[in-house]
Design a protein around this ligand. Structure first.
Ligand code: GLA
Length: 794
């Protein structure tokens, strides 16, 4: 018996050594021998060994490419999978997006573009394994993080908790996912090797019971033959970690990789290591600079992981496009995502190779495991230009009102059984309104235009916290219209409970008197092509906004192109019935990806809904995307003109010195302090230079745990880098550890941030997270803290 056992160990050891020797030129670690399940010819196995994954009993490194089938037109799935294979990957990692499969409660759709099983089978045909992440919550910059909007019809809904209705619906969804994908597990002849339970739950709450319940539903749906895993951040993975699940860590390009895994290694020394989301780039928001990440840094990170036997999934390897209305948003501060999900990934939005692709391929070609081959890179898909398409017909929205609901009180869109699109709230003023009265709307989700008898009075934008409008003199009997466009539902943090339209009430406010407006007619404008098409279109004489515009155009050849929307205001586009996405003149995105597979030889139909109005009613198809042209003034800094924080007469609550290094530091005050305005005064940097940066900041409340940051605002920051999308001061409480505040390049210490906590709090301390990189740039050394009930002098 003993001899047999020893022989098996030896055999495994020999196999493992020969595999590792394929990984040319890299320093080799002594492979660990482990007792493995024997693989047979007929039944491949995937499992977890000691510090490694095991494929058919042999050590196996997962090199996964994250792709989203929803973000790639179905006819292009195969091309993108082949691109990933030719990059040197061996696995495709996907989310399953609940809300696209169950758009109406109880009606599931897994066909055509939604046929996730067909996507997995295609991957298998190309020799790729699949990792499935069925949520139910997925984040992914996707509307509501993948949760269906209709869950919000219940007023008491508590998403991602054991709320009975939420769990009942998750159970039904998971069962459907099981029907589609459980037969595709490796053991059953498919290619699925792992399944994820929930998604980054540590960034949302601490609730092991909930995670355990989701795990049980995943198993119950049939995923019994593959390892289940949880992904989180290095700072919070242990909060909800279940003993029987594998734990993986998410982090991005530039992160200090050793540090990312140090805690996990100390808790579970024998676990295989995997970065389940290594962020290749980042996503774009409307009104913020286009994001990029260095190719060298990304490839260096992957090299480090390969050298240390760390599996990874490159999020995104190909981001693609968030078509239609499926883009999500972040909050606080509310900020909706662009339609392009290019992500600065190795494979561009239209499926092209990039310098990142070639650099990574050069690395991965030296890390092929037994049986892996590097195919040729597939040819790019045909590209065309479309000469100017002139719009001939328009259907003004106000002349095409659908049948209204009658409501005495205002209510969000969900209450009128509408999920997405625009909603018009109309009332008639019952008395005269004096000049200077304010219209106060609680709250606008997300972008509103206010009209009096059809005349535009103003626009309000949730991104900027604009919820009041100064009214002119108006007569009783005036028809007041508030047209609200819902942009993406928040996909991260507690704000995913993001009801749309007007969430609570509309008031008139003057001389300390408020009157709530009542008796509304409510009109729904859904986002379907049928709805947009089925309007009374007339020849365009003058431009009336908002309007739907329609025309046809002829093509002799089809191919991919980018529709140039730069002369249009704000809205959505449909071509041949396919919803291409949202556009907004402010940028940075100015073009919409138009996949050639949705175009036809001969006549094509295009419809544009423009809420704000075009300067020119024509569109061209061009050969290059424009993703980085900002046409809104740079995001305002939080320091108003002429302001200079004066702390001379203020009392310091605490003076301290941070330890150098990555990771959170928690500081407790000796005595609790009461206050609303929290001022951080950074006096010096660890590297002695002029820059300061903070990735995240928490304030500890009465019970010693972090208080909610949902209502926080930055009152003041002495300096902010506004040339990049994610470096303003509000990034210290945007719940994302990988985005950060940083001061401008040539500034000097001291640096200051004042946070308005929204209300008075009992404060017992704070937590500071510096940037994730190895050399922690801009890390603060000496600091002072001030806390006051009233604001400071500037
Ligand atoms: C997290 C989420 C992903 C995605 C990325 C950022 O890691 O798990 O779904 O939102 O952040 O792109």
């Amino acid at each position: 018996m003993k001899t047999h056992f020893f022989n098996m160990l030896l055999a495994t050891f020999t196999i493992a050594t020969s595999i590792l020797s394929l990984q040319a030129k890299e320093p080799k670690k002594e492979p660990k021998a482990v007792l493995l399940p024997a693989a047979t010819d007929t039944q491949p196995t995937f499992g977890i060994g000691k510090r490694t994954f095991l494929m058919n009993g042999k050590p196996f490194l997962i090199k996964a490419a994250e792709l989203h089938y929803t973000r790639i037109p179905q006819p292009y799935w195969e091309h993108r999978i082949q691109m990933c294979k030719a990059l040197g990957m061996n696995t495709i990692c996907i989310y399953v997006f609940w809300n696209i499969h169950e758009q109406e409660e109880g009606k599931f759709d897994f066909t055509g573009q939604n046929d996730v099983a067909a996507f997995c089978r295609l991957a298998q045909q190309h020799g790729m394994y699949v990792i499935v992440r069925p949520g139910p919550y997925v984040c992914a910059e996707w509307e509501m993080g993948g949760l269906p909007w209709w869950l919000l019809k219940k007023r008491d809904m508590a998403l991602r908790t054991l709320h009975p209705y939420f769990m009942e619906r998750v159970g039904k969804f998971m069962a459907e996912v099981g029907k589609q994908l459980a037969p595709l597990q490796l053991s059953r002849g498919g290619n699925i090797i792992m399944v994820q339970v929930e998604n980054e739950y540590g960034a949302y709450a601490t609730d092991k019971e909930y995670i355990a319940a989701i795990r049980d539903l995943v198993r119950k749906s049939g995923f019994t033959d593959v390892p289940l895993f949880q992904c989180d951040w290095s700072s919070n993975f242990d909060k909800n970690g279940l003993d029987d699940l594998l734990w993986t860590i998410n982090f991005g390009t530039g992160a200090n990789i050793e540090r990312q895994f140090s805690k996990l290694k100390s808790i579970r020394p024998d676990t295989p290591l995997m970065c389940s989301e290594f962020w290749s780039g980042w996503f774009d928001h409307w009104g913020r600079e286009h994001e990029t990440r260095s190719a060298e840094n990304m490839v260096n990170g992957i090299r480090e992981m390969l050298n240390n036997n760390i599996s990874f999934s490159l999020y995104m390897t190909h981001g693609g496009t968030t078509f239609g209305h499926w883009g999500g948003a972040n909050n606080p501060a509310y900020s909706a995502m662009c339609s392009s999900y290019d992500y600065d990934a190795p494979i561009s939005e239209a499926g092209w190779t990039t310098p990142k692709y070639h650099l990574l391929r050069n690395l991965l070609k030296n890390h092929l495991q037994e049986g892996e081959k590097l195919p040729e890179i597939p040819a790019p898909l045909p590209l065309i230009e479309i000469p100017e398409i002139k719009f001939t017909e328009a259907a003004p929205l106000f002349q095409n009102l659908p049948f209204p609901h009658i409501a005495s009180q205002i209510a969000p869109m969900e209450n009128f059984n509408q999920g997405w699109g625009n909603i018009l709230y109309r009332t008639t003023l019952t008395s005269n309104i004096a000049q200077g009265t304010f219209l106060k709307i609680t709250e606008i989700h997300d972008w509103a235009q206010v009209f009096a008898d059809g005349k535009l009075l103003g626009r309000l934008d949730r991104r900027r916290g604009e919820f009041t409008l100064k009214l002119p003199k108006l007569k009783a009997g005036t028809c007041l219209d508030i047209l609200v466009e819902a942009m993406g539902r928040v996909n991260f943090g507690k704000s995913i409970h993001d009801r749309k339209g007007i969430t609570e009430k509309v008031e008139l406010f003057k001389d300390n008197q408020t009157t709530e407006l009542q008796n509304w007619q409510v009109y729904n404008f859904p986002v379907t092509h049928e709805f947009a098409q089925n309007k009374l279109y007339r020849q365009i004489n003058t431009i009336t906004t908002p309007s739907y515009y329609k025309t046809t155009f002829y093509l002799e050849t089809t191919g991919d192109t980018f529709l140039d929307l730069s002369s249009w205001g704000k809205g959505m586009v449909w071509v041949n019935g396919h919803a291409l996405g949202r556009f907004w003149e402010i940028g940075p995105q100015q073009t919409l990806f138009m996949p050639g597979c949705w175009l036809k030889k001969g006549e094509n139909e295009i419809i544009v809904l423009d809420l704000k109005g075009p300067s020119k009613t024509s569109i061209r198809g061009i050969k290059k995307p424009i993703l980085n042209l900002m046409r809104e003034n740079k995001p305002a800094t939080h320091r108003k003109k002429g302001e200079d924080l004066n702390l001379e007469k203020e009392k310091t609550i605490m003076t301290g010195i941070f330890k150098p290094g990555n990771g959170w530091q928690e500081i407790k005050f000796t005595q609790a302090v009461k206050g609303r305005y929290f001022c951080i005064e950074a006096l010096s940097a660890q590297d002695g230079k002029g820059k300061a940066s903070i990735a995240e900041w928490d304030v500890l409340g009465k019970d010693g745990s972090p208080i909610s940051r949902e209502d926080w605002k930055i009152r003041y920051a002495d300096s902010e880098n506004i040339h990049r999308g994610n470096n303003t001061a509000d990034k210290i409480f945007d719940l994302q550890e990988s985005t950060y505040w940083t001061t401008e390049a040539k500034t000097k210490y001291p640096h200051h941030i004042v946070i308005d906590l929204g209300e008075e709090n009992i404060i017992t301390g704070f937590r500071y997270l510096p940037r994730m990189e190895k050399n922690y740039p801009g890390m603060i050394k000496e600091y002072n803290i001030y806390i006051k009930e009233k604001d400071y002098n500037y």
